[in-house]
Design a protein around this ligand. Structure first.
Ligand code: ATP
Ligand code: MG
Length: 423
């Protein structure tokens, strides 16, 4: 026997048993955001490497150590997208969607990061992302947060997730804050880990985003960005909080929330399960008013979020959300003649009853085995067609879950009416 080839580490197959739940979530996401007027955009999974260097930032976890980057056959450096915002902005600029326009866009698909695989952290994972362009006021920030809150509500997750919000202010405010952070952390240089020591020089805000448990105390006592905010950002944040309060959205202002990418300004938010920590963030986003210009477009205000589908699925499994995938009806055909008539009849039923899920037994096995498979399929009803039934223009129906497993014989022409009432 040859050796088996396995999947790449950190990249998962999603099996039929799980795809039911995935499809349920995906459909719900699409439905909810469509109700708010968002439209789907689909981008390639490969982009020029430079796109991510210029947007996410050189001194971030993603760009420093997580990207799948390689030279293609033309010696061009390409990268498997680690996130969708940069790609969406690139596409928006390229196709003239952003200049002087309002756009509400969403996307869904795989992202790639070379991280240490563990529960809730993979090398290929799926994100649902949403971006709104052309609006600078806090209303759109609020709308986006309302959307996420509605998603949790519809999935039954409201009391599992907490909203953390913060404001990063303007670039100028962040520059001043940066100096305050350097002054503070420099006093404790010996206590910092290697990454943070390096970041002290290159990107001190990133230290606040560190997942190292030993640094959490030190980080908690660091100066707070909130005290350095510019007047306008402060107003924007106050208005946003007012809008959230008015809509009854509960939040916690978390001054440590800085997000792991460079392009954010003003509003940032995360939906977190339990306490803040590794793999606890299900959904994260914020404003990125400078990014469109930074990537070669006209200055355009923008805000968006991305949610990790695997982490959402883990939560849904925890609350044991049940989504049915059983067929409603299982069709048993005994004998050659019955298979000939039966498959044609099945097609007719599917045409007449668009909502019916009908599974035909195509094994040609014994009646007894077919009945066993019908039961195992989880179907509620079995249709049975044999030689007798064909001769008498009848069909047998057997309840598999209800009515004590009763079996009845119907005239064939009464079947559609019977199934319509049954469904
Ligand atoms: P973390 O702090 O957990 O590393 P992040 O800040 O790197 O997350 P973002 O870039 O904000 O994550 O991505 C948004 C969401 O995508 C996350 O909140 C999470 O749900 C999901 N996500 C990010 N990286 C992974 C991963 N490697 N595997 C699974 N889901 C992920
Ligand atoms: Mg990360």
């Amino acid at each position: 026997m040859s050796t088996k080839i396995e999947a790449v580490r950190g990249m998962n197959d999603i099996l039929p048993e799980q795809t039911v739940l995935w499809q349920h979530v995906e459909q719900l996401l699409r439905k909810v955001v469509t109700r708010y007027g968002y439209q789907e955009i689909r981008m390639p999974v490969l982009e020029k490497t430079d796109l991510f260097h210029r947007s996410i930032g050189e001194v971030t976890d993603i760009v420093e150590k997580e990207m799948y980057t390689f030279l293609d056959r033309n010696n061009e450096s390409l990268t498997l997208r680690p996130e969708g915002t940069a790609c969406c902005v690139r596409a928006g600029i390229e196709h003239g969607l952003l200049y002087n326009q309002i756009q509400r866009l969403y996307y869904m698909g795989p992202m790639f990061r070379h991280e240490r695989p563990q529960k809730g952290r993979y090398r290929q994972f799926y994100q649902f992302g949403l971006e709104a362009f052309g609006m600078h006021g806090p209303d759109i920030d609020a709308e986006i947060i309302f959307i996420t809150a509605r998603l949790w509500h519809e999935l039954g997750l409201t009391n599992r997730l907490q909203l953390h919000i913060n404001s990063l202010g303007s670039n100028v405010a962040r520059q001043q804050y940066r100096q305050a952070l350097v002054d503070y952390f420099s006093q404790y240089q010996a206590e910092l880990d290697e990454d943070s020591q390096r970041r002290l020089k290159s990107n001190p805000l990133r230290i606040l985003d560190s997942k190292n448990p030993h640094l959490q105390d030190l980080i908690a006592r660091a100066p707070q960005l909130m005290n350095y905010l510019d007047e306008e950002s402060q107003q924007h944040f106050t208005q946003l909080k007012g809008l959230l309060d008015k809509a009854g959205i509960v939040y916690r202002v978390n001054p440590r929330l800085v997000r792991g990418l460079d392009y954010y300004n003003r509003t940032v938010f995360e939906w977190v399960m339990g306490e803040m920590g590794a793999q606890n963030t299900v959904c994260a986003g914020g404003r990125y008013d400078g990014l469109v210009e930074q990537l070669g477009g006209q200055a355009t205000p923008a805000i968006g979020f991305a949610l990790g589908l695997e982490r959402l699925i883990i939560l849904l499994q925890e609350i044991q959300l049940k989504v049915g995938q059983e067929p409603e009806v299982y069709f048993i055909m005994a004998g050659t003649e019955a298979r000939l008539e039966g498959l044609a009849l099945a097609e007719q039923l599917r045409t007449e009853l668009p909502l019916l899920t009908l599974l035909c037994d195509c094994t040609g096995g014994s009646f007894k085995n077919q009945i066993k498979r019908a039961d195992k399929s989880g179907a509620r009803l079995a249709l049975i067609l044999g030689e007798n039934e064909i001769n008498n223009k009848q069909i047998a129906v057997k309840y598999l879950r209800e009515n004590e497993g009763r079996q009845e014989i119907l005239p064939l022409k009464a079947l559609i009416k019977f199934l319509t009432d049954f469904l």
